[in-house]
Ligand binder design. Structure first.
Ligand code: CP
Length: 332
């Protein structure tokens, strides 16, 4: 992306994602998304959940629509759940294999997008390592096409933020009296950014972002959050503890980043460190996990862990978002 194109993406993404009637047209960021809309999406997602072992929820709400998954970075959970979400709503789903696509031959991202538009794709789900790409695409697509951000550099991962707050709501009810601790590489984490934005909108009691100083966020990027560099202090009486992996792929110079043993000793979420949190604190992780580095394996598999519930909620949230943006399309 050129400098001029990047400047273009700095315009207000929050308003870009709504149509003239305030309906969700694209899902680009949780920043600025009003509480009512956020809660409606969570409530919709609940409707798409069935008990483990039961048949998954299905509908034909997207019959005749086409969803394309364009993942220009690796993914397991997000890509698979968007794929399942589209199919369970009756859409045709195209998973573009980026490694064998014509972008490898020098095709620009917009030419790829225009090609898919010509094939009557309605929704494009985009993951990219560069900041601003989902909004840039959203500014260039036809009026009836929706863009969903499936992970944007270290900036934003809105459907992950939604599934995280849905999981917290299921276990803890309201947010006002909760202390939520997010631990790890906050500085390079789009998951932390989107979760922080959603939690702030939902009125969380206290948000603590815990990391070694080298992995701490810029304070202005997380208004209202408490930035903490001591794990014991940050976990004290926490209701929710979310571990994050170190995003090595986004760290140019690894100098100053603690080694594995030092990191786990000082910032690892373990049975020992969880003694600081409330006994009923839930343990979360967006995945992919590095067991023994940011989280103790047996804790991730233990009774307080809600990690597999996060994955299950991921499909439901993506169904809710796909359903909503296509309803906006139909209303146009
Ligand atoms: N949480 C998350 O985004 O996982 P994937 O990279 O596997 O999609």
């Amino acid at each position: 992306m050129t400098g001029a194109e990047r400047t273009e993406t700095l315009e207000d993404e929050a308003s870009l994602q709504l149509d003239g009637n305030g309906n969700l047209r694209h899902m680009l960021t949780l920043k600025g998304l009003e509480r009512k809309l956020l809660v409606e999406i969570l409530d919709d997602a609940e409707q798409f959940l069935t008990p483990a072992g039961a048949m998954p929820a299905r509908s034909q709400a997207l019959a005749g629509r086409t969803v394309a998954n364009l993942f220009f970075e690796p993914s397991t959970r997000t890509r698979a759940s968007f794929d399942l979400a589209g199919k369970r709503l009756g859409a045709d789903v195209l998973n573009l294999d980026v490694n064998t696509s014509s972008r490898k031959k020098g095709e620009s991202i917009l030419d790829t997008i225009y090609t898919l538009e010509a094939m009557q794709v309605d929704v494009m789900v985009v993951r990219d390592a560069s900041a601003g790409v989902p909004a840039y695409i959203a500014r260039h697509v036809l009026d009836h096409v929706s863009i969903l951000n499936a992970g944007e550099s270290d900036v934003s991962h809105p459907t992950q933020g939604l599934l995280d707050v849905l999981t917290i709501r299921q276990h803890k009810g309201s947010f006002e009296n909760l202390a939520v601790a997010i631990v790890g590489d906050i500085r390079h984490s789009r998951v932390a950014m989107s979760a922080s934005q959603a939690l702030a909108t939902l009125g969380v009691g206290e948000l603590r972002l815990i990391s070694p100083p080298v992995l701490a966020p810029e304070p202005e990027s997380v208004p209202g959050a408490r930035i903490v560099d001591n794990l014991q202090e940050g976990l004290a009486d926490a209701d929710v503890v979310m571990a994050l992996r170190i995003q090595r792929e986004r760290i140019g110079n690894l100098d100053g980043i603690p080694g594995i043993d030092e990191y786990f000793a000082n910032f690892g979420i373990s049975h020992e460190s969880m003694k600081q949190a409330k006994p009923d604190a839930i343990v979360m992780h967006p995945g992919p996990m590095n067991r023994g580095i940011e989280i103790e394996g047996s804790l991730a598999d233990g009774p307080n862990s809600v990690i597999t519930e996060q994955v299950m909620n991921g499909v439901a949230v993506r169904m809710a978002v796909l359903d909503r943006v296509t309803r906006t399309m139909a209303a146009r």
